[in-house]
Design a protein around this ligand. Structure first.
Ligand code: SF4
Ligand code: SF4
Length: 85
């Protein structure tokens, strides 16, 4: 899974990231930023494929993307995973 970190104060709500997101996972936040815009927000992280189109398209370099690494559920499972890798 991929999580976006969008700096709301850098965002001018131009909508480029939303337009170019092939997954349709971005939208405008309900809140205003200091400049009076509704900044972009990731509205459904489960849709994100990590393609980075939004990051590349943002003219204000407001978007960072992070891949979430799942941890093993139990210590026993972690040990088993470590032994097999
Ligand atoms: S990384 Fe790709 S799929 Fe994910 S929000 Fe950005 S444009 Fe959409
Ligand atoms: S492309 Fe950048 S400035 Fe434009 S809405 Fe998206 S985050 Fe905001």
């Amino acid at each position: 899974m991929f999580i976006l970190k969008i700096n709301p104060q850098r965002c001018k709500a131009c909508g480029l990231c939303m337009h170019f997101c092939p997954a349709g996972g971005l939208g405008h936040a309900a809140e205003f930023n200091a400049a009076g815009y509704h900044p972009a927000e990731q509205q459904d992280a489960t849709k994100c494929t990590g393609c980075r189109q939004c990051v590349l398209m943002c003219p204000d370099v407001a978007i960072e993307i992070f891949r979430v690494v799942e941890e093993a559920a139990t210590p026993a499972a972690k040990t088993e995973e470590a032994q097999t890798s």
